[in-house]
Design a protein around this ligand. Sequence first.
Ligand code: NAD
Length: 435
Amino acid sequence: MKIGVVGGGYVGLTTGVCFSSLGHDVFVVEKVEEKVKKLKEGIPPFYEPGLEELLKKMLMEGKIRFSTNIKEMTEFSEIIFICVGTPPKEDGYPDLSQIEEAAREIALHLRDYRVIVEKSTVPVRTSYWIERTIRLNLHRPVEFDVASNPEFLREGSAIKDFLNPDRIVIGVSSERAKNILLELYKDFQCPKIITDISSAELIKHASNSFLAMKISFANLLSEICEKTGANVEVVTHAIGLDRRIGTDFLKAGIGYGGSCFPKDIKAFIKIGEELGIDMSLLKDVHNINERRIDIFISKLKGALWNIKGKTITILGISFKPDTDDIREAPSLKLSRRLREEGAYLKLYDPKAVENAKREFPENPPEVEYFSDPYLALQNADAACVVTEWEEVKKLDLKEVKRIMRTPIIVDGRNVYNPQLLREAGIEYYPTGIKF
Ligand code: NAD
C-alpha cells in the first residue's frame, strides 16, 4: 500500500521504516529541512537500536522517501499517519497545534479519498477537531475518513515493538476506513481491537497512566521499605508473580521520565478534570514520582554530609537505556538540583552526551561530560546511578573503588548486587533496600 507519514521523529520514522520493511511504499514528510537532508542520507535524527541499518536498507531498495513537501505526500498516499509532537503546555494540557497544522496542510492538498490516521498521542475527541479542520480547509468536496491508531512502541526497542505489538488498536467511524486499516495490518499476528475513535484515543492515555501508576506504586513501596527494613525488590517480585498484577513496570527507582509518561499523565489529569472528574488517583501517581528526586538527594546527603564542593558522578543521562532521548530525564532534574547545592558534576552517558549538552551546558569544572564511565568516576566523592545502561551495570567495581576519592554509590535503579559492592569496599545505597 502507499503510506504517508507526517513527522519524521521517533514515532513517524519508526512507522515509516517498519511499514516499508513490510513491503509498503512510504513517503515521510518532515518539516525540519536539516532532518530531511540527514534522513535522505540514511541518518536518523536520534539513536534507536537497529533503525539506521533498516533505514539505509529501505532507502537502497527505494521503499521509503523523505521530503518537506506535504502536497506530494498527500497526493502519493492512500493512508496518512499523523505522527507529529503533542508536547505539554504550561497547564499540562497537550499542545495540539502541530496536529492542527498537519490536518490543515493535508486538507489543502486533498483531491481524492484518504484515510487520515492519528498516531500521535492525543486527548479523546481530537479526531472531531481534525475532521472539522480538514473539512473547513478543503478546496472542494472530497471524501475522507479520520481514524485513530495509537502507537505503543517503546524507545530503545521501537522496531521490535512496532513489528510485534501486543495489540493493535484501530478506532474508526466507517467500514471503508476499517477495511483499509485491517488490510494494512493483515499480517500482524496479534489481537486487533476495532472500536470507535474516542475509545481508541482513550486507550493510549489510559495505558500510559496505568503503567506510570505501577511504577509509582513500586516507588511508594520503596519508601515504606526504606523506613522499615523490608526489601522492595523482594516485595515487588513477589506481588508481580500474581498474574493479575505482573512484574513489568513494577520496579522501584528514581522515577519515570521520558517524552511520554510525564506528559501523558499530566494530559490525562487535565482531560479528566475538564470533564468534571476527580483525577486525584493520577495526581498522586505524579506526586510520588516528583518526590523521587528529593528522596534520592536526601540519601546522597546522608552519605556525603555536605553536597557543596563535592564532585558527584551521574551514571546515565538518557531517560532510559538504549536511547539518546533526554526529555524529562531524571538525570537532568537531579543535576540541576545538585548544582544549586554547589556540587561539581561529571555526567556520563554512552549516547546522550550531545543532547544533554544542549539542555544543560558543559561548564568545567562545575559541569563536565564524559563518554567513558571511568573518566567520569575519577576522584568523585559519590556516584549516582540514574540510567541502567549495560555499560553501567558492567563496571569493574574494584577499579571503581580504586579511582573514586570516596567510594560511595547511590543507586536509583538497583543495578548492583549489594553483596558484591560490599566486597569491593564500596558504600552502597540502593533504592528501597535498607543497607
Ligand atoms: P518527535 O518530536 O520526535 O517527532 C515529531 C516530528 O514531527 C518532529 O520531527 C517535527 O519536526 C515533525 N513535525 C511537526 N509538525 C510537522 C508538520 N506539519 N509537517 C511535517 N513534520 C512535522 O515526537 P515523537 O516522540 O515521535 O512523538 C510523536 C507523537 O507520538 C507524540 O504525540 C507522542 O506522545 C507519541 N508517541 C511517542 C512515543 C515515543 O516513544 N516517542 C511512543 C508512542 C507515542
